[in-house]
Write a protein that binds this ligand. Structure first.
Ligand code: ZN
Length: 83
């Protein structure tokens, strides 16, 4: 059940493939990079990123996804127990 951490890592490595969100752009205010991942907007906002929407999925570019992951790491101490 701790596999999803690994999955995230794997997905950030293979940068080319996971572009299911073709045509979408980053939902962080002021950013217009192509979307890399879609994350629950609520979680993104909680991570301290300035997303333009509050519900549904927010699209994050690679950079902001990285920021999101960094920001959530602190909250996810539990994950470390599984590594
Ligand atoms: Zn962005």
């Amino acid at each position: 059940m701790k596999l999803f951490k690994r999955k995230e890592d794997a997905e950030s490595v293979k940068e080319s493939s996971s572009s299911e969100e073709t045509g979408e752009t980053c939902d962080v205010a002021g950013c217009s990079e192509p979307a890399h991942r879609a994350i629950s907007a609520k979680n993104v906002a909680k991570a301290g990123l300035n997303v333009k929407k509050e519900r549904g999925k927010a699209h994050l570019c690679k950079e902001h996804y990285k920021e999101y992951k960094k920001a959530t790491k602190k909250d996810r101490e539990l994950e470390r127990l599984g590594r």
